[in-house]
Design a binder for this molecule. Structure first.
Ligand code: ITT
Length: 197
């Protein structure tokens, strides 16, 4: 049995990862909810990879088994990469996800269709108490809408339409999102390091 701690306080991430790993009966997942006293580290990295690694190593002090951390966000090249690593605090520290979406809509309001491309990024870091096991990153390309659509999902989902799709990530089922998302692709890349232990 592999005991894996998902080092995130974002319940949506935990749920998505839990669903994606559901078919691996040998993996027992726990999340930071099992450690209510836990103080997450400051995300001081300049890249998604750096932040994923610092979150994984920090949480590794809690747990004698494997730890998986996820740092993710939305990148809009026309905005010089914003919100990027600041996705969770785009509208300021303590901002809600709705505040962050509102800021993105405002920042992109003057941009015409050709400049509305963007991609989600998910960086994953897998560590054990002995050190780093694997780091992977993946993207999901799409476009950013002028206004929100759909009531499911989280974060920027209601503004994001994946390439080749018509519906936003907040309009498709979570199951469908989990088959094609940035998180899914990153997890698929890191899975061999997790399973072959
Ligand atoms: P942890 O650091 O505890 O994992 P967090 O929510 O602060 O939780 P991040 O620092 O990685 O996580 O920030 C990710 C932000 O990017 C998050 O606030 C979301 O708004 C956005 N994001 C990431 N994945 C997303 C997804 O699948 N759908 C929509 N938005 C997403």
């Amino acid at each position: 049995m592999i005991r894996l701690l998902i080092a995130t306080s974002n319940l949506h991430k935990v749920r998505e990862i839990r669903n994606m790993l559901g078919r691996y009966e040998e993996i027992e997942l726990i999340s930071l909810r099992a450690f209510p006293e836990y103080e997450p580290p400051e995300e001081t990295g300049a890249t998604f990879q750096e932040n994923a690694l610092l979150k994984a190593l920090h949480a590794s002090k809690l747990h004698s088994g494997l730890v998986l951390a996820d740092d993710s966000g939305l990148v809009v090249p026309s905005l010089q990469g914003e919100p990027g690593v600041y996705s969770a605090r785009y509208a300021g520290v303590g901002a809600t996800e709705a505040d962050n979406r509102k800021k993105l809509v405002e920042r992109m309001s003057g941009l015409d269709e050709g400049l509305r491309g963007g991609h989600f990024v998910c960086a994953l870091a897998l560590v054990s108490p002995l050190g780093v096991i694997a780091q992977e990153e993946a993207r999901c390309e799409g476009v950013i809408l002028h206004k929100e659509r759909g009531g499911q999902g989280h974060g920027y989902d209601s503004l994001f339409v994946k390439e080749g799709y018509r519906l936003t990530f907040a309009e498709i089922s979570e199951e469908t999102k989990n088959q094609v998302s940035h998180r899914r692709r990153a997890l698929d890349k890191i899975l061999p390091a997790l399973i072959n232990r």
